[in-house]
Design a protein around this ligand. Sequence first.
Ligand code: RB5
Length: 147
Amino acid sequence: MKIVVGCDHGALELKEHVKKILAEYKDIEVEDIGTYTPDSVDYPDIAEKLCAQITSGKAERGIAMCGTGIGISIACNKIKGIRAALCYDVYSAKKSRQHNNANVLNMGGRNMGLGPAEEIVRAWLEEPFEGGRHQRRIDKIAALEGK
Ligand code: RB5
């Protein structure tokens, strides 16, 4: 599975930590679309670049981060085909996979310690989508994209 990672200037350290975690998974290929320096950038630009990798089929999933995770989550969810989940705990991370088949995980670099973030990333990576009634609901989300 290919996973694309990206962040604004508010989550540089977190992105580096996430990349270290992902490197432990032999079946995961990682692409880092930036940002790469502490210079200020606009998180919607990062969201657009990261999500394009997923909607084009070049990557299966993404981890997108900003200072709080909020702005980049809002931006990612504007893009057709993206189901981005802002997770501050392991329970939400697991549910976002089981029930929402989230293809993007959002976290905040300024409100999340590296330890809790690591637990969230591992849970999100390893938890499968349950399908069934949840697929019906996801289909209804997709239908909302055209409204
Ligand atoms: C950037 O200063 C900050 O607004 C951004 O990282 C994020 O927290 C927005 O939601």
